[in-house]
Design a protein around this ligand. Structure first.
Ligand code: ADP
Ligand code: MG
Length: 315
């Protein structure tokens, strides 16, 4: 034990098979497999916290709520985020416990509903870009914009959709709890990037309709709890330049300067690989002696041993 502290950011592939059904049962079976890879990491002696995505799950909970609007009031978006943390956290928590037990490892697991503070004045709020929930006709969209103050945009010819901002995470409200639990317990936290809240003048918190990038939230958590490694696990083995082009080149390592150069050259797609690389840069800039790794879930332990993945270092 005691190899170091890792914050793991789990991508969508860890929760759902994109070609499989979107049922809770299917999610649990994917999560069970995912947890075998996570327990491999724990078995190596690392202490971990787990952050996960929630995009498809939030979309489905919201769709269900919007569809049932004549029977029961539509859930506010921050509440939907909290529900998704409970739903996904429950599955991970149950599956991790099962896999740990199978290997006779006596480590408790818990899920923490986690709020993350964002700035009401974040420029993202003046240009919301993240589509969420159902598609509507133009008339329905205009009615919702007037009635509920939603921002709605036409989405690639498929209809009108609500869009929300993706502000920068500033502070993890429950970070002290994570710190206290970390030594003894696997904590599943800041799911979906956390429930976005703003601080009111009287010091209270208020949930807002926004989506925080889970990779940036994982980075913030890693910084705040003093993790040794930020490990971003996704569906590809390595970060590539010229991605999906004939001259694609997978990278085993990059420095912050190289990563910034590749960003400037447009190698990383916004909303997918870009936030991962940005999170990695931020973590090693704040901790020049530490490293961030972007790797495949299925090669996570190899990546930690330097045999797979892309490692990002300050130089
Ligand atoms: P996650 O759910 O893990 O956050 P995303 O789809 O958001 O997954 O981001 C990971 C995906 O980014 C990869 O599966 C790949 O399809 C895509 N991607 C975009 N640009 C690159 C790149 N330069 N190198 C590798 N993958 C890239
Ligand atoms: Mg992503």
């Amino acid at each position: 034990m005691g190899k170091g502290k890792i914050v793991i950011a789990l991508g969508g592939n860890a929760l759902q098979d994109s070609k499989g059904p979107a049922t809770a049962e299917a999610q649990l079976s994917v999560v069970k497999r995912t947890c075998e890879y996570i327990v491999d990491i724990i078995e190596q002696g690392y202490e971990i916290a787990v952050v996960h995505g929630n995009g498809p799950q939030v979309g489905r909970i919201l769709l269900a709520s919007e569809t049932a609007k004549d029977v029961t009031p539509v859930m506010p978006f921050d509440v939907v985020g909290a529900m998704s943390q409970g739903y996904i956290g429950y599955h991970i928590q149950q599956a991790l416990r099962g896999e740990l037990k199978k290997r006779a490892m006596d480590i408790p697991v818990t899920t923490l509903v986690t709020q993350v503070v964002v700035d009401e004045k974040d420029s993202a709020f003046s240009n919301p870009t993240k589509p969420i929930g159902s598609f509507y006709s133009e008339e329905e969209a205009k009615a919702l914009m007037a009635e509920k103050n939603y921002v709605m945009k036409e989405d690639a010819g498929r209809g009108w959709r609500r869009v929300v901002a993706s502000p920068i995470p500033l502070e993890i409200v429950e970070v002290d709890t994570v710190r206290r639990l970390f030594d003894s317990t696997v904590v599943i936290t800041a799911g979906g990037g956390g429930v976005p809240v703003i601080e009111m003048p009287d010091g209270s918190l208020k949930g807002v309709a926004a989506v925080i990038d889970k990779d940036l939230a994982a980075e913030l958590l890693a910084e705040q709890i003093g993790a040794d490694v930020l490990l971003v696990l996704t569906a590809v083995d390595r970060v590539a330049i010229n991605y999906n082009k004939p001259d694609q080149k997978e990278l085993g390592a990059m420095t912050v300067a190289e990563a910034q150069q590749y960003i400037a050259e447009g190698h990383f797609a916004a909303g997918s690989m870009l936030p991962k690389v940005q999170a990695a840069i931020k973590f090693v800039k704040a901790n020049p002696e530490k490293k961030a790794i972007i790797a495949s879930l299925y090669s996570a332990t190899d990546a930690l041993a330097g045999r797979s993945g892309t490692v990002i270092t300050s130089r």
